[in-house]
Design a protein. Structure first.
Length: 90
């Protein structure tokens, strides 16, 4: 069950990274609607927000990778412990 959860986390993280990468271009390259100052500043604000979003998503992805790794290690440790207990009881 732990190994399956680790695999699921890895798969989910891969999909999220691909989706965020696909959204990065259009969201970080917003062009102003007009040449006026308000349009330029609004576009700059959207770009800054999108860049920050990408940073936060990268950090969240790193945490998810660590969780998947921890679950995988825990699953292997559990399996080794179960095997040792079974051998000790036989």
């Amino acid at each position: 069950m732990l190994a399956a959860a680790a695999g699921d986390f890895h798969d989910i993280n891969s999909v999220l990274r691909a989706t965020n990468a696909a959204a990065s271009g259009p969201t970080t390259a917003v062009t102003p609607a007009g040449a006026d100052l308000v349009s330029v500043l609004t576009a700059a604000q959207f770009v800054a927000h999108a860049q920050l979003y990408q940073v936060v998503c990268a950090q969240a992805g790193a945490v998810q990778d660590q969780l998947a790794t921890t679950l995988g290690v825990s699953a292997r440790s559990y399996a080794v412990t179960e095997a040792a207990n079974t051998a000790a009881c036989s």
